[in-house]
Design a protein around this ligand. Structure first.
Ligand SMILES: Nc1ncnc2c1ncn2[C@@H]1O[C@H](COP(=O)(O)OP(=O)(O)OP(=O)(O)O)[C@@H](O)[C@H]1O
Length: 590
């Protein structure tokens, strides 16, 4: 196995990665800034209350008069209305911003996943992708729209309040400002211990999600083999790993959080003591001390919450790193510069010195493949298991790109044709048919969205899939996830209908009839002949009867094509072919 698969670049440091997310926040800057401004305004209105209290104590209360009381009460009322209005506007802006950022991120991630090559999807556990596309994305989105804004707000509030405190009594004000230092030191220590554990926990949860997904999708096999205890054990082990990491994370929080939270309490005690001395010494009025203590709570809240917000930032940073590991994964199968569309190819397919190595592997699975599939010809690929037949079919519509040589369609290297155009003309159906939780019609027209009703009906007839008309809502019946509500043979027939709808120029079929009973297979083959007559087709053959559909046969052995000819020619000249027939391909009509 090679380590340099080249599908995902190692992500940068978590906090740096978090900063990269600004591109997603930028389009929502207006909402986010409105939210920040409203929150700042709300804080400012709240700070008015202790300042008014000071005026009240040192004014009317201290002098025993009612002068200015109405004005002070009016200002207090105005301030509370201000708090209410800014809170309302801030929350509205927050909702718009946070939903917008999260949607933009989710859409970008999904679109990128769709563009990533097969190599990426084969290497990544789907649970890891799922947890990144759900919980990580949530953490990142909510931090961008909430945490990041509040870090700015709380830092601003702390600085603003500290400045006011210094104007009231500069020595005590300085003491409060200095309280920031131990909080920052403790937060730094927390982040060094917390970030790796946070990353570990998110990875562990991804593994757990994969296990759940596997057991849900493979539940029939699990039940059939009575292996639920084994799977339970695997799940318990993975859950224990999550628990161990979670506990380690909890221990880090347990020592750091109380220490961070102790700082404001110590500050309050120091201010009370220092304030009492200051009032006794005459450097502070009672009203100023009351206002100072009232304002101190506004400085303490940012100190208190900064630890929590930075924890959120760290969590979001590791989540962002995990999301960027996908977003940074390279889309390797792309349109070349100057790639062109082909309108109506005649369908001449040539493999010229083709070699192929799977991205994670050291040695090639295909080498020196030279093969021509003539216009309108059906060519069967026959070979022992693992000889490379399926791999060869994956190259034709560029699910993988060749690593040696080239494949041409009508003499044009398929890498010089746009992917969209190539995949319009080259259709494929594989042994394991994937259907989607959508209507029958949507499943059939997946590769040809503009297909007419006649084309769909034609495809269903060819694939002997007319059973769909008996479904409760006919073509509009929704079939379950992966088509689980249908039998294996029914799913294969629908996948075949999808491949032949609109009569593509080139058809690649990798044993698409394997789940059919003998009778249905014969009917499908009979109908397929009419399609194959006008189409260039590459057919991976595992059953003798399918060879009968082909004009010629290519014998694949150990990653290369060793002989090409009609069935009769190969029978006469190739002992390997004869051996293969003896072991499984008997009964070919001659
Ligand atoms: N995604 C993959 N990554 C790495 N190696 C792979 C991958 N898929 C297949 N291989 C290897 O490539 C070789 C050819 O496999 P391939 O599936 O093309 O053979 P095949 O002739 O179609 O076999 P079968 O008749 O059993 O389906 C095998 O050695 C297989 O292990």
């Amino acid at each position: 196995m090679r380590a340099d698969v080249g599908v995902a670049r190692p992500a940068a440091k978590p906090l740096k990665t978090l900063f990269r997310l600004r591109t997603f926040a930028r389009p929502h800057a207006r909402s986010l800034l409105t939210m920040l401004a409203c929150a700042a305004l709300g804080q400012a209105f709240m700070i008015v209350a202790p300042l008014l209290t000071q005026r009240l104590i040192d004014g009317p209360v201290g002098h025993g008069t009612t002068d200015g009381l109405v004005l002070l009460a009016g200002l207090a009322l105005l301030a509370s209305v201000g708090v209410m209005v800014s809170d309302y506007a801030g929350r509205r802006a927050h909702a718009t911003g946070s939903i917008g950022v999260e949607t933009a991120l989710r859409t970008a991630l999904y679109a990128h996943l769709q563009r990533l090559p097969l190599a990426f999807h084969e290497r990544w556990q789907s649970g890891q992708l799922l947890s990144r596309a759900t919980s990580d994305l949530r953490a990142v989105g909510s931090f961008l729209a909430f945490g990041s804004v509040f870090i700015v707000l709380q830092a601003g509030t702390f600085l603003g309040v500290s400045t006011i405190l210094m104007t009231i009594h500069w020595q005590l004000g300085l003491l409060v400002t200095a309280g920031m230092l131990p909080v920052m030191a403790l937060t730094y220590g927390l982040s060094r211990a917390y970030i790796p554990l946070s990353r570990q926990l998110q990875d562990d949860v991804g593994d757990l999600t994969s296990l759940v997904e596997e057991s849900v999708l493979g539940f029939r096999t699990v039940r059939a083999f009575g292996r639920h205890r084994f799977l339970n054990q695997r799940f318990e082990d993975a859950a224990r790993t999550v628990r161990t990491t979670g506990l380690a994370q909890g221990r880090v929080i347990a020592w750091s959080w109380p220490a961070i939270e102790a700082v404001p309490g110590i500050l309050m005690a120091a201010v009370l003591l220092g304030g009492a001395y200051a009032v006794a010494g005459g450097s502070m009025t009672i009203g100023e001390l009351v206002a100072f203590i009232g304002l101190l709570t506004f400085a303490i809240w940012p100190l208190d919450s900064l630890g929590w917000l930075l924890g959120e930032a760290q969590q979001a940073a590791t989540a962002a790193q995990r999301v960027y590991e996908i977003l940074d994964a390279e889309v390797t199968v792309v349109d070349r510069p100057g790639a062109r569309t082909i309108e109506s190819p005649v369908g001449r397919l040539r493999f010229e010195g083709v070699g192929f190595r799977y991205p994670a592997e050291d040695s090639p699975v295909l080498h020196d493949v030279d093969l021509e599939v003539r216009q309108g010809e059906t060519l069967a690929l026959v070979g022992a298991s693992g000889s490379g037949k399926s791999t060869l079919t994956l190259l034709v519509n560029r699910l993988y790109d060749v690593t040696e040589g080239r494949i041409t369609l009508d003499g044009v290297d398929i890498r010089d044709v746009t992917l969209e155009s190539l995949r319009t003309h080259v259709s494929a159906a594989f042994e394991d048919p994937t259907l989607f939780s959508a209507s029958v019609r949507e499943n059939v027209t997946l590769g040809r969205p503009g297909a007419t009703d006649e084309e769909v009906a034609d495809a269903l007839r060819i694939a002997q899939a007319e059973f769909v008309h008996d479904l409760p809502w006919g073509l509009d019946t929704r079939i379950g996830e992966k088509g689980l509500s249908l039998s294996g043979g029914q799913r294969q027939r629908l996948a075949l209908a999808r491949a032949v709808v609109g009569r593509p120029r080139v058809l690649v079929l990798d044993d698409p009839l394997s789940a059919l009973d003998v009778q249905t297979e014969a009917l499908v083959e009979q109908a397929l002949r009419t399609v194959l007559a006008g189409t260039t087709a590459l057919l991976v053959v595992h059953r003798p009867s399918t060879v009968a559909l082909a004009d010629r046969v290519a014998l694949v052995d150990d990653g290369t094509v060793v002989a090409v000819g009609t069935h009769e020619e190969l029978l006469a000249t190739e002992p390997t072919y004869r051996d293969l027939l003896d072991t499984g391909l008997q009964g070919v009509s001659q």
